[in-house]
Design a protein around this ligand. Structure first.
Ligand SMILES: NC(=O)c1ccc[n+]([C@@H]2O[C@H](COP(=O)([O-])OP(=O)(O)OC[C@H]3O[C@@H](n4cnc5c(N)ncnc54)[C@H](OP(=O)(O)O)[C@@H]3O)[C@@H](O)[C@H]2O)c1
Length: 203
């Protein structure tokens, strides 16, 4: 059985999007700055079935390639699914389990990479683990991370810290109530335009 890992890019002050995010303003006001490192290097990393090509430094490329190779399924929240316009049908981390209250019928069809899960995060992770087999399940949105952490379902947290303070927006570590989580550092890697941090969640 693989692990449940979380991965996201965050500003140093803890935001993964600026304010006013939405389908017409993906990462919110000023939030595109978070992804500068994805497009500033000279090493290509194709993702989403080759529909998108990241251009990162050699250091970041090595990490990204290993991470994407380890993913057997992904779990996302519905807001990101809508904001990303369903990644044009090519989610990074496929098959993709989308946690939602309402199922978008246009994506319920033969060959769809999406499974819509309406009975919660624990169910989504259980289904994703079955689909992933020996590979890892990647979670990549804040609300899903928060719920999965509280349910003690997250094994590792990888945060790519962008060198910017956004000041406001969507906080990554929100809604965790007063719970405390102990972490063990796996790595801290300096790369051009980004610092890659990895932690194991102590259970
Ligand atoms: N910086 C990065 O690398 C990065 C990566 C990914 C996303 N983002 C950003 O993160 C933001 C979105 O994150 P978010 O935390 O606000 O939203 P999210 O996790 O993408 O989606 C939240 C939505 O998922 C559904 N949902 C969540 N838990 C549920 C449950 N237990 N049962 C049923 N439905 C549930 C609900 O939608 P419904 O009620 O509508 O079904 C909820 O509003 C966006 O700004 C996106 O651009 C940034």
């Amino acid at each position: 059985m693989g692990k449940v890992v979380f991965n996201i890019t965050m500003s140093l002050d803890g935001f993964v999007a600026g304010p006013n995010d939405g389908p017409e303003n993906g990462l919110g006001d000023g939030g595109d700055r978070l992804f500068t490192w994805y497009f500033s290097g000279d090493t290509e990393v194709p993702i989403s079935d080759g529909q998108m090509v990241l251009k990162v430094s050699a250091q970041s490329a090595e990490l990204l390639k290993a991470a994407f190779a380890s993913y057997g399924a992904g779990v996302w929240g519905r807001r990101t699914f809508d904001i990303a316009h369903a990644w044009g049908g090519h989610p990074p981390g496929s098959p993709a389990f989308i946690v939602t209250h309402t199922v978008p019928q246009e994506w319920v069809k033969e060959g769809s990479p999406f499974t819509f899960v309406t009975d919660g995060v624990e169910s989504a992770i259980r289904q994703a683990k079955e689909a992933a087999g020996d590979k890892d399940v990647v979670i990549a949105t804040p609300s899903i991370l928060q719920q999965a952490l509280k349910a003690k379902l997250v094994d590792e947290i990888y945060v790519d810290v962008a060198p910017v303070l956004l000041g406001s927006g969507v906080r990554l570590f929100d809604h965790l109530e007063t719970k405390q989580f102990e972490l063990e550092r796996i790595h801290a890697i300096e790369a051009p335009g980004v610092t890659h941090l990895g932690f194991r969640v102590v259970k």
